[in-house]
Every structure is written in C-alpha cells, then in structure tokens.
Design a protein around this ligand. Structure first.
Ligand SMILES: [Zn+2]
Length: 137
C-alpha cells in the first residue's frame, strides 16, 4: 500500500466519525517544535498549530509577537522569531492566546469565532451559543 493511499484511508475514516464524537475529543494545541539558528528561533510546526487554533494567521502572529515581545514573520512554512526562546515559554504564550481568542469562556470548547462589533471583539461560541466580549490582556 502506498503512503498516500494510507493517508487517504485515515482521512476517510475520520470523516466517517460522527461530528458529535469528534467534538468530544479534547482540544490540544500541538507543542511547538523549534529550531534555533543564528540566535533566532523558528517555529517549524507553525502550520499545525494555527490549523488547530483555527484562527486567522495574521491575527495570531500579531498578538503572539506582542506577547513574546519581539519581531517576527512567516518565512516559508515557519514562523521566524528574532531572538532565542524556550519551548515552554512559547507554549505558554500560545495557550494564553487560545484562552483569550479561541476557548469559550462558558463551556471551554474551541468551537468559536471572533466577531467584531465596532471597536469591541466578541467570541461567539457555536457549541453553547455564548457571546462574550474578548478582554485583551
Ligand atoms: Zn461555549
């Protein structure tokens, strides 16, 4: 069996799982995988992380860089950060982002979207219907 077929088979299997079962699986953000090069840090599994968070790339990068307190940008598939950072520091800041912008404050599920109303931002939860203002820290 060729590896592509295998992946397809896995995808098909996943599609067949009812939606309500998928939602029960715990929300887990992949831990960062980094490469340090010339005193800079590259998050090499950035795509995986952003796909899990299911937020706009641009929004995440702007907010995340503010929290890290550095400059950075996408370089190919990797997120480049100026300076050297430890995995646990980056993981903690990604979790912080997810608490503010992804997880519902009421039911703690990630089935949310950001809605802008004037200057305010709300987190709208499609799981429980909550509509909570986002308090940016
Ligand atoms: Zn909710």
């Amino acid at each position: 069996m060729d590896i592509n077929n295998y992946q397809e088979l896995l995808d098909k299997g996943y599609e067949n799982i009812p939606d309500n079962v998928k939602k029960l699986s715990r929300f887990e953000i992949p831990k960062v995988q980094i490469r340090i090069e010339a005193k800079n840090t590259y998050i090499i599994n950035f795509n995986k992380i952003i796909n899990t968070l299911n937020r706009e790339r641009k929004h995440f990068i702007v907010e995340f860089l503010k929290k890290v307190g550095t400059m950075g940008e996408m370089r190919g598939q990797h997120l480049f950060l100026k300076g050297v950072y430890k995995e646990q520091v980056l993981n903690r800041l990604i979790e912080l982002y997810s608490k503010t912008y992804v997880l519902c404050k009421i039911c703690n599920k990630p089935d949310t979207e950001i809605q802008r109303e004037g200057k305010k931002k709300f987190l709208k939860c499609t799981a429980c219907g909550a509509h909570e203002e986002i308090r940016e820290k």
